[in-house]
Design a protein around this ligand. Structure first.
Ligand code: COO
Ligand code: NAP
Length: 359
């Protein structure tokens, strides 16, 4: 009874609040405590302030659901926002109105959110101009919505750990992930051999074909990897391994590395720790390190290297050499099943969910 009254008062306050600001009332996915997203997220209405000075009022169009978004809501991520917080980290949006000191952006521009943890799972927001980046209209909506996290992660990991030359080989697990799909395509565009490892599944051959069309040189199940001799016969031993799974799978891809090779860990989808064989360390002098794009982006704000990365990625997208991730658009109001599936321990989801704020 009390909780019912509490909710009615909250709704009335929100409505009054909406009328007092920009006359736009945003719908937003908000959480007041950490927990499983399907349990703690609530669809609420929030006032949107009129843009002042360097602020920009945007209408969000689409925003992906990434594993790190789920970790953040669970409270299992290094970024802890003051509560209540709006979920979501990246998005594509359209500029509606700008403050008087805004220099570049104009109403109608299409933008992506480049600063972390601003809360993108909402229909409207006022952000600062420097938190947004103009994005080409030639890129489809889903590719634009997912431009800022996964493609830069793949790009940086291929560029920054090992100097790779044409014909060098890269191995990765979780090779059907959104990051993995970009890795295969960048490898193809840059003349690298890309070997992907995925978990076995009934439609493995279909998945293998899909990843090979993207650019994978070979796709193996975990079981096939244990027995393969392709690195003795057909391909050079990989100089770089990319690990987003952990556990035995990570040890198995590390075993394939060439002497002085590097394994970069960027995710832990199995929730199992990374184990390293002693001989890989002693006899092959293999190195193990980690990567977090959030730190890289923060450390490279307004740098030529960051600008070049987005120019390169945009060009590849416009040329069709990089395709948007396999995905399903989900109306914002129908978020529950999608947030639950994204980090379900069973995995085998096969697509990225993207919240569609236009319907
Ligand atoms: C997680 C994680 C990456 C954290 O991984 P850790 O290996 O550091 O996990 P912990 O040492 O904290 O785990 C302790 C414990 O919690 C362990 O169980 P026991 O063996 O029984 O002790 C884990 O299995 C369990 N655990 C860890 N995470 C979870 C969990 N139980 C339930 N739910 C969760 N989430 O490994 C993780 O969530 N991985 C999947 C998503 C992922 O890869 N996140 C990487 C985030 S980096 C990123 O995406 C950056 C984007 C810009 C959180
Ligand atoms: P995604 O598209 O949702 O793909 C998830 C991948 O994880 C799939 O390959 C899936 O394979 C696999 N997977 C799911 N559950 C699993 C389990 N229990 N055991 C083994 N594999 C499992 O994810 P994404 O957005 O590309 O992200 C991939 C990983 O990169 C995540 O760990 C994410 O947190 C991380 N990431 C890190 C950074 C960084 O900067 N460090 C940046 C971006 C992403 P199946 O089909 O076999 O389930």
């Amino acid at each position: 009874m009390f909780s019912h009254l509490h909710h009615r008062i909250q709704r009335a306050l929100r409505r009054r609040c909406c009328r007092s600001a920009s006359n736009i009332c945003a719908q937003a996915l908000q959480y007041c405590k950490h927990g499983e997203p399907a349990d703690v997220l609530e669809l609420v209405e929030l006032a949107v302030s009129e843009p002042k000075d360097t602020e920009v009022l945007v209408k969000l169009l689409a925003a992906p659901i990434n594993p790190s978004d789920i970790n953040t809501i669970q409270g299992k991520y290094p970024i802890k926002l003051p509560l209540p917080a709006i979920a979501g980290n990246e998005a594509v949006a359209e500029v509606l109105r700008v403050g008087e000191k805004v220099k570049q952006l104009k109403p109608g521009h299409r933008v992506v959110v480049v600063e972390n943890a601003l809360g993108t799972w909402r229909t409207h927001a006022t952000f600062a101009e420097h938190q947004l980046m103009c994005v080409s209209d030639k890129i489809d909506l889903a590719a634009a919505a997912t431009l800022v996290v996964n493609p830069p992660t793949a790009y940086r990991m291929l560029k920054d750990f090992v100097p790779l030359a044409q014909g060098d080989c890269v191995i990765q697990n979780g090779a059907n992930s959104a990051v993995g799909q970009v890795v295969h395509q960048l490898c193809k565009a840059w003349g690298l051999k890309s070997v992907g490892v995925v978990r076995n599944r009934p439609n493995f051959e279909e998945l293998r074909t899909y990843l090979r069309v993207l650019g994978a040189t070979e796709v193996l199940t975990e079981e096939q990897l244990a027995q393969t001799d392709i690195f003795k016969k057909a391909l050079p031993a990989p100089r770089l391994a990319l690990n987003c799974v952990g556990g035995k799978n990570a040890s198995d891809i590390a075993k394939q590395l060439a002497p002085m090779g590097v394994m970069a860990t960027y995710g832990g989808m199995s929730r199992k720790p990374v184990m390293v064989s002693t001989s890989a360390l002693i006899f092959k002098n293999v190195s193990f390190c980690g990567f977090w794009i959030t730190r890289w982006m923060r450390d490279h704000v307004k740098t030529p290297v960051r600008e070049k990365m987005f120019t390169d990625l945009t060009k590849l997208l416009e040329q069709g050499k990089l395709k948007g991730v396999k995905h399903e658009m989900v109306p914002l109001t129908e978020y529950k099943a999608a947030v639950a599936a994204t980090l379900d321990i069973k995995g085998l989801v096969g697509k990225k969910y993207i919240l569609d704020m236009q319907c």
